[in-house]
Design a protein around this ligand. Sequence first.
Ligand code: ADP
Length: 411
Amino acid sequence: VEGSLDPIHEGFRTSSVWIRAFEGVGERPGRGRGAMQPPIPDLVSPASLIEAGIRLGHETWSRQCSLLLTRDGADPSDILDPTTTGEILDFIARAGNSSLLLVPLGAGREALGYLCLGRSAGQPGWTDIERQAAARLGHDIGRAILHARLYEHEQAVVEALQALDGKKDAFVSMVSHELRTPLASIIGHLEVVRSGDLGDVPATADRSLAAIDRNATRLTSLIEDLLLLSKMKEGAEPMTIRVLDLAGVVEETVVGLELYAQRHQVEVGTRAEIPTWVRGEPYELERVVTNLITNAVKFSPAGSRVEVSLDVEDETVVLRVRDRGLGISASDQEQLFTRFFRSTNRQAQDIPGTGLGLAIVKIIMERHDGTVRLDSALGEGSTFTVRLPLFTGTAAELGVHEHLPSGVGRR
Ligand code: ADP
């Protein structure tokens, strides 16, 4: 707003220009910020005149008029009493002005400030055309003020939300840590009881103990997920980056999930180019593969098949996990990789889960300069595609993996 004063001062050949942008909106706006050109350091506007200016800004904006003050009086004359008119003229005379044109700044129904143009006794009076031009300027500056305000407001909201998000993360992380110890104790004691060291466990208690075991394990993996997420969100670097064979990771994961797939009566088929070298954190990449395959299995009907394939395309390792399961609607797909999001479709909701798995996949891929994408349609199954840069260096370059064949990645 201050920046607009120079051209106004020159363009309207004023001897002084005052501007004030109100702050706040509605019934009781604040005084906001004001400026004067050319500045006269000793000339401080009295509070009573600022208050009068604010009132006049609102009044003239609602009437859509400008207000001219001269020794002859005010025009329009019913806006201001003669005493205040005199006070204002006395004040501006201290900056060498003998008349004042006040135009409101505003947008829509809202008055957002005022602009006062002063001229000295030796200068010509104000023509109607000049008054109209000044009024139009009030609209332009008003719009600029409105945009600046909206922007400021938006920034403040963003900052508040970020602060809140940070607090929420800290809370989740703290709670997860606190839950870990009692849960470890439950699992430990459960093992002792089931081992029979404390005496025979009646067969009737077996089902209950198995349920405790299952649910404690589920809670543990939920907590591990939350801790991993908050660690990664805090920007922690991957622990141990090294060159590894993703085909090996896939194979081990599929073997590890055999029982899980059997329980769901889903067959998991793999086809991989061997070996497939990438740089990455072994634990994190294993999590990506596990999360995608367990999802494919659990959202597939019994008797169906999940295909896992690993290819190298243009120096990129491409992992595809394809199922013929429930599929995901286009609207759900947009939010799928956000934390705690679960499909809106009833069938998928009936299958237990936390909505953290894919958020973890996405963050891990970002940490590995990789991508993950989804092709799916409701009722037609899904294909998750993960892309990672192929490691094309030599083992010697890394200096730590003597067991890698030289020229790895250029098979
Ligand atoms: P969770 O599986 O624990 O609910 P995820 O973040 O792994 O959490 O997945 C989020 C949601 O995405 C799931 O609840 C499910 O609705 C949907 N989804 C993920 N993978 C598949 C898939 N292969 N087929 C159908 N829906 C899926």
